[in-house]
Design a protein. Structure first.
Length: 951
């Protein structure tokens, strides 16, 4: 029996070897091996990108030279023809020659060159030679240029993948033509090919398609619903086509979809109940779209779902309890919607969850203590909801947690610091904007991976002690608390070197323990201790610091010159202290300095010069000091300058006309100094193209109003039709170990109006203002001022202006405040001014005007003081009647009022006054809010609108 079976086995082995030798005769053909060798000769292999195995290294004509045995090559067993070439991840690099010898392998059925780097050379023309090709994969290979049209003749193609050739994109001018004959395709992936067109309707006939990948193709138009009916479609990916709109099919999905990716498109409408029929669906990604309505309960039927990603939509209503059945779910992201719900109990059944992000919604539950069932949880984002109550202690049993983000939740209670040390993997803990405190004593100060700790706005009254034991801490946020006393030394114990960002701003801190002014943070890049009660000399910023903000304290003494050794400074804000002495001249030579704010101190002496070519400053604020001398001409090296505020000093100079060279200058404030002389006493060409705000008030400028300067303010000549308010800001980048933090700093300023100071914490990019008041200007108001159509505020008061008020002022359609008082103006008030529907402050008092006061719209709201001390004016609101009948009748309301227009003088508000018939907008100018009974309801509703618009 044993012998017999041995015999059988042997003969089988023998037969097998016969079989093999019988067919291995079909060696590869010489023309094909030489074509391959030529290909190898003309391409490089380097260890770049996705390099795994340089298969061509095994290719050689030595020995048998049988190319069928070479790496990546497969031949037909019978004919010996090369039918498959798989050189994916083969470390190929260099350009592919246009007459590549690959096109001689005319029997090829499958060609894969994915994951190589062809240096952004074009895909060669000649694929029509490979008429048997069924699989072509040129993805992730750094090809660029136009896709050769002859690929479209490969009518045998089953799979075409040209995706992810990023960088210089591939492009395809006419996709409809291109796919016309490729009707047998099962897989088509053109992701990151620039199509710039709508989806060709013909695709809806491609009944074999199982995968359609078109992410980031610049698609526009609407995705035909018929795509969702393709009978075999399992994967649809159109992510990142922001101009592609579409809707989910309501009644019927024909496709057996498993992966549906639509994020960052223009898709909108509701998620229909029918989505519950996609019983095979594994992943649904549709974040950052415009879906609205509620999540249908039928989604609980998607029993294969592992990822549900719908953040940043307009979804509302409850998260359906049926989600309790989505037990395969590992990633659930619904953040930044309007979802509500008073229970999260259903979540605790989703035991496979690793990522849960439902932050920024309206959820109002408490945290269920059974959260501890979610043993796999790595990422938990719940912030910005209306959760409340305590943090359940069971949360600390989630040993895998890396990110625990619980900010802005109305949580309260005292946390046991020992618990934090139980989460050995925790890297990021955010508890800002809650009402919590920490137990004082703790025992288990074991090692911790915690790198990011945010405890801003937590109502803390002291530094939590456990912070001293976090040896890996990188970011520490403790701003907006009520922490009192001195900053203890232990706060930087153990982890001096790890710390990159410390924010202690807005507390009640009075100084440093032991009066230390030498801050031992060797790697710190960002230090904000602003808005405290620090009463000390200026601490020297740590050596590598890029942002140093210690404004709004009670610092005294001088700035030591050693500050300039901190040569990495990008932002230096020492404003609002009591610092004195001279500004160290070396400050002008700190290379990367972008923002310099020394406002509201007691500095005296000259403004230091800046050193040629090294100036990167965008903002200089020196206002409210005691600076003298002239404006250093070297400032013209600061080519990036956007904001220059030298107001409230004692600068004695003529107008620095050379500022005109600074092409980005938005804001010039020279107010309340000793500037003098005419502004345009010379011939030079002025060019203040970008100027938004010019404040020269309270100086001794004389001569004519600067027509050339005003005529060059091109930004003031166009009304910006932007629909969102943006604020003037700079965003310096601060390097913090693994990340670059963009610090957005909005410009602030004050404008004077009629003796009241108005503070602007933010300055809208569409706020345009000119203040030339309180100088010695003479002559006429130039007609061309009417070209500055986007002006919101114009103040020429308190000068020696003569002549009449130019009617062209009526072109300033968005003007909110016009002050011409205290001049020598004559003639009538142009009736056209009645068309200025935003005008809320108007003052022509103390002139020699005459004739009737215009009537209608805003003019009916101005009090008599606006017109006082003009001998010849008559009509309402003045007591003296006009002799020629009454004031002229109100002008016809022919103008169209744009309700989208915003008033800028209070940027968080949008106030509308309902007139009789004519709706018109009135700015909340300078806080002089006018509310009458009629408009109160309107005020109310517009407040709500303003909120919606802020979101
Ligand atoms: C291969 O690399 C060499 C050296 O970098 C380069 O000169 C050559 O042009 C490359 N060949 C191709 C085909 O890109
Ligand atoms: C490919 O074209 C180049 C020039 O364009 C030529 O020098 C080379 O001989 C051609 N090679 C083949 C194999 O035809
Ligand atoms: C499609 O194929 C037919 C026949 O092979 C050919 O005549 C026609 O030009 C092709 N159409 C396109 C758009 O390539
Ligand atoms: C969960 O699925 C089961 C079985 O299909 C069903 O009976 C139950 O109603 C579902 N639960 C919810 C809350 O929809
Ligand atoms: C959810 O989990 C709870 C407790 O773990 C269990 O009693 C309940 O049956 C589960 N619900 C469903 C629908 O699986």
């Amino acid at each position: 029996m044993a012998a017999l079976s041995l015999y059988l086995l042997l003969s089988w082995v023998f037969l097998l070897s016969l079989f093999r030798t019988g067919f291995a005769e079909a060696l590869c053909h010489e023309d094909e091996s030489s074509a391959l060798m030529e290909f190898k000769r003309r391409i490089n292999t380097t260890d770049v990108g996705q390099c795994i195995n340089p298969k061509v290294h095994s290719w050689s004509l030595d020995g048998s030279g049988d190319c069928c045995s070479w790496g990546g090559v497969e031949c037909d067993e019978v004919t010996g023809r090369v039918i498959t070439l798989d050189l994916s991840s083969s470390c190929l690099s260099g350009t592919m020659s246009p007459n590549t010898t690959l096109f001689r392998l005319v029997h090829l059925e499958s060609l894969n060159l994915a994951f190589n780097s062809f240096d952004f050379s074009p895909i060669p023309y000649g694929f029509s030679n490979l008429s048997r090709l069924q699989y072509l994969n040129l993805s992730f290979s750094d090809f660029s240029g136009e896709i050769p049209h002859d690929i479209s003749q490969l009518s045998e193609l089953i799979s075409l993948d040209l995706s992810y050739n990023r960088g210089e994109l591939l492009h395809l001018p006419n996709m409809g033509d291109f796919v016309h004959n490729l009707t047998g395709l099962k897989k088509l992936d053109l992701s990151f090919v620039n199509l710039s067109s709508s989806l060709p309707p013909i695709l809806a006939n491609f009944s074999s398609l199982t995968l359609l990948g078109l992410s980031s193709c610049g698609l526009n138009g609407e995705l035909p619903v018929s795509i969702f009916q393709l009978p075999n479609l399992e994967v649809l990916d159109v992510v990142g086509n922001s101009n592609l709109s579409g809707f989910f099919p309501k009644p019927h999905w024909g496709s057996p979809l498993k992966y549906l990716y639509l994020s960052s498109t223009n898709f909108s409408g509701e998620i229909p109940t029918s989505i519950g029929n996609l019983s095979l669906l594994n992943e649904l990604k549709a974040g950052n779209c415009y879906f609205s309505g509620s999540l249908p309960s039928s989604m609980g039927n998607l029993s294969h779902l592992t990822m549900l990603d719908l953040p940043k939509n307009n979804l509302q209503g409850q998260i359906p309890v049926s989600f309790v059945n989505l037990t395969q779910l590992s990633k659930l992201r619904l953040y930044s919607n309007n979802l509500s719900g008073d229970t999260l109990e259903w979540i605790v059944n989703l035991t496979k969850l690793t990522d849960l992000d439902i932050a920024d919604n309206q959820l109002s539950s408490g945290l269920p203590s059974s959260f501890e069932n979610l043993k796999q949880l790595r990422i938990l984002y719940l912030s910005h909801n209306k959760l409340h109550g305590n943090i359940p202690s069971t949360l600390w049993n989630l040993k895998n947690l890396q990110f625990l983000i619980l900010g802005s939740l109305n949580l309260n209670g005292t946390l046991d610091a020992n618990d934090l040390f139980k989460l050995k993997n925790l890297e990021d803990l955010r508890l800002s904007h809650n009402n919590i405190s920490f137990t004082k004593t703790f025992i288990n100060a074991t090692s911790s991976k915690l790198a990011y700790l945010h405890l801003d706005s937590c109502n803390l009254t002291e530094f939590p002690q456990f912070i001293g034991y976090l040896s890996k801490l990188v970011v520490l946020g403790l701003s907006h608390n009520k922490i009192q006393g001195t900053i203890p030394r232990w706060i930087w114990n153990n982890r001096k070197e790890s710390l990159y960002l410390v924010d202690l701003s807005n507390n009640l801190l009075t100084g440093f323990e032991n009066n230390q002014t030498n801050l031992p943070f060797p790697n710190l890049k960002y230090l904000d201790i602003s808005s405290n009660l620090l009463k000390t000399i200026l601490p020297i910023p740590p050596p590598l610091v890029e942002l140093y903000n210690i404004s709004n304290n009670f610092l005294f003494g001088e700035i030591p010159t050693s500050i300039c050794e901190v040569s990495s400074l990008v932002v230096l804000d020492l404003s609002n202290n009591a610092l004195n002495g001279k500004i160290p001249p070396c400050l002008g030579s700190i290379g990367p300095l972008t923002l310099l704010n020394l406002a509201r101190n007691k500095f005296h002496g000259m403004i230091p010069r800046v050193y040629p070519n090294s100036c990167t400053l965008k903002m200089i604020d020196l206002k409210e000091n005691r600076l003298r001398g002239i404006v250093p001409r070297s400032l013209e090296n600061c080519r990036m300058l956007e904001y220059l505020n030298l107001g409230d000093n004692q600068i004695n100079d003529t107008f620095p006309f050379w500022l005109s060279k600074l092409a980005y200058l938005n804001i010039i404030v020279l107010q309340s100094n000793k500037f003098h002389g005419p502004i345009e006493g010379h011939l030079s060409q002025l060019n203040f193209t970008s100027l938004h705000i010019l404040d020269l008030s309270n100086n001794s400028f004389n001569g004519k109003l600067p027509s050339k300067l005003l005529g060059s303010c091109h930004a003031m000549k166009v009304i910006d039709g932007q629909d969102k308010l943006a604020y003037m800001s700079i965003s310096p980048l601060i390097n913090i170990t693994y990340m670059i933090v963009g610090v957005k700093m909005t410009y602030a300023m004050t404008l004077m109006n009629k003796g009241t100071e108005r503070k602007y914490e933010k300055i809208s990019t569409i706020l345009m203002a000119i203040d030339l008041s309180c100088n010695k200007f003479e002559g006429f108001i130039p007609e061309l001022i009417g070209d500055l159509k986007s002006l919101r505020m114009l103040n020429l008061s308190h000068n020696f202006l003569t002549g009449s008020i130019p009617p062209s002022l009526a072109n300033l359609a968005v003007l909110e405040s016009l002050d011409l008082s205290l001049n020598n103006l004559v003639g009538e008030i142009p009736q056209q001014l009645a068309s200025l529907t935003f005008l809320e402050v108007f003052d022509v008092s103390h002139n020699q005007l005459s004739g009737p006061i215009p009537r209608g719209t805003q003019f009916d709201t101005f009090g008599s003081s606006s017109f006082a001390m003009n001998e010849g004016l008559c009509g309402s609101p003045l007591p003296n009647k006009c002799t020629n009948g009454d004031n002229t009748p109100p002008p016809p309301s022919s103008f169209k009022v744009d309700h989208e227009e915003e008033s800028l003088f209070d940027l968080d508000w949008k106030i509308m006054l309902a007139g009789t018939g004519v709706g018109f907008l009135v700015g909340v100018v300078l806080g002089n809010l006018i509310i009458d009974e009629k408009s109160r309801w309107f005020l109310h509703s517009s407040k709500r609108m303003a909120k919606g618009w802020n979101r």
